[in-house]
Design a protein around this ligand. Structure first.
Ligand SMILES: C[S@@+](CC[C@H](N)C(=O)[O-])C[C@H]1O[C@@H](n2cnc3c(N)ncnc32)[C@H](O)[C@@H]1O
Length: 292
C-alpha cells in the first residue's frame, strides 16, 4: 500500500544544500522518518523531480508525472531554483526522448529486464510498463533509503541498493536474455575512468543488452559551474564527449546504435528552444543508445 505523505519540515538553508530536519510519512500502518540531507550528486535528483512536477502542473503539459507532483507538493517548499528555463526544456525533452526509445525497445523485447541505474526519484516504470517487463530501480544506498519513503515496491518493479561503479548488486537479479539499462542524468557526473568502469561492469554483468545513456559535451564539462540548475548544488560535471563513439574506445564490446541531441526535441516548442538549437548546436546533452 502507498503511504500518504505528510512532510513536516524545518528548513535550514545556511548554505547551498537542502537541510530538512525530518519528514514524516504516515500511512494507516506506519510512520517513517526521512532525513533529507543529500550527497553532492544525489541532490541533483531534485532537479528533474522539480521540473517534472512543474511541467505536470502546466496547462497542455508535454509530460505528465503525477508522482513527481505528489512528492513536490508534499514537500511544500520552493524548488524554483531547480527549474530554470533551459534545464526545464532539457528535462522535458529528455523525458520524451527516453520514453520513446524505451517504448520502442520494450515493444521489441516485451519480457526484458529493465534497470533504471541512478534512478533518483524517477517514475519511468509507470510510463513504459507493458504488464510484462521486470524492472529494478537502482541507486546508491542513501538515495534508495530516501526513495523508499515516497515509493513502495510494486509488482515487477523493485528498488535495489547498487552502484554504477560496482557490479555486485547485479548478481541478485533474475537471469534474462535481454537487459535494458537506463542511465538518465548519471554518467555526466563521472570521470572518464569511472565511465569506463561502469561500461565494463555492464558488459561483464549482462550478456546482451542496451544502454540508454545521457551524454554531455566537453563544453559543459568545462563550464558546469554556470549550468542554470546544477550550479545550485555541490555537484560537478565529469568527462564530456563530442560523440558517443568515444565510449566505444572504453568498451569495445558495445556498439553505438543512435545518438540524438536534446535540441531535436527542444526546438519544437519555443523560439528560445529553436535559437538554442542553433547557437548551442554541439553543446546540448544527447541520448545515446548502445548495444552489446
Ligand atoms: C541527476 S540525478 C538523476 C536521477 C534520475 N535518473 C532522473 O533522471 O530523475 C543523478 C542520480 O545518480 C545517482 N548516482 C550518482 N552516482 C551513482 C552511482 N555510482 N551509482 C548509482 N547511482 C548514482 C544519484 O544518487 C542520483 O540519484
Amino acid at each position: 500500500m502507498e503511504a500518504s505523505i505528510d512532510f513536516k519540515i524545518e528548513l535550514d538553508r545556511t548554505d547551498k544544500r537542502w537541510h530538512y530536519e525530518s519528514v514524516v510519512i504516515s500511512s494507516e500502518k506506519e510512520e517513517r522518518k526521512m532525513d533529507l540531507t543529500f550527497g553532492d550528486v544525489q541532490e541533483t535528483a531534485l532537479i528533474p523531480l522539480a521540473i517534472k512536477a512543474s511541467e505536470t502542473a502546466r496547462a497542455n503539459a508535454r509530460i505528465v508525472d503525477l508522482k513527481a507532483k505528489e512528492i513536490i507538493d508534499a514537500l511544500g517548499v520552493d524548488v524554483s531554483k531547480y527549474d530554470p528555463f533551459l534545464s526545464h526544456e532539457g528535462v522535458v525533452a529528455r523525458t520524451i526522448l527516453y520514453k520513446n526509445e524505451l517504448k520502442r525497445l520494450i515493444e521489441k523485447y516485451p519480457d526484458a529486464l529493465c534497470i533504471n541505474l541512478g534512478c533518483g526519484f524517477d517514475d519511468k516504470f509507470s510510463q513504459v510498463d507493458n504488464g510484462r517487463i521486470t524492472w529494478f530501480d537502482v541507486d546508491l544506498p542513501d538515495q534508495i533509503e530516501k526513495r523508499r519513503k515516497v515509493y513502495s515496491d510494486r509488482d515487477r518493479c523493485t528498488m535495489l541498493d547498487g552502484s554504477a561503479l560496482d557490479g555486485e548488486w547485479t548478481e541478485t537479479l533474475p537471469k534474462h536474455d535481454l537487459s535494458i539499462v537506463v542511465m538518465e542524468g548519471v554518467l555526466e557526473y563521472f570521470s572518464k575512468e569511472q565511465v569506463k568502469t561502469c561500461l565494463n561492469m555492464l558488459c561483464d554483468s549482462f550478456e546482451h543488452g542496451y544502454l540508454l545513456a545521457e551524454l554531455h559535451s566537453p563544453f559543459l564539462e568545462k563550464n558546469g559551474s554556470h549550468h542554470d540548475a546544477v550550479k545550485h548544488t555541490n555537484a560537478t560535471f565529469g568527462w564530456g564527449t563530442k560523440s558517443g563513439l568515444e565510449y566505444l574506445e572504453l568498451e569495445p564490446r558495445m556498439r553505438l546504435i543512435s545518438e540524438t541531441s536534446y535540441n531535436e526535441e527542444m526546438k519544437k516548442y519555443s523560439i528560445r528552444g529553436k535559437i538554442f538549437a542553433i547557437v548551442g548546436k554541439n553543446i546540448n546533452n544527447r541520448l545515446a543508445v548502445f548495444e552489446w
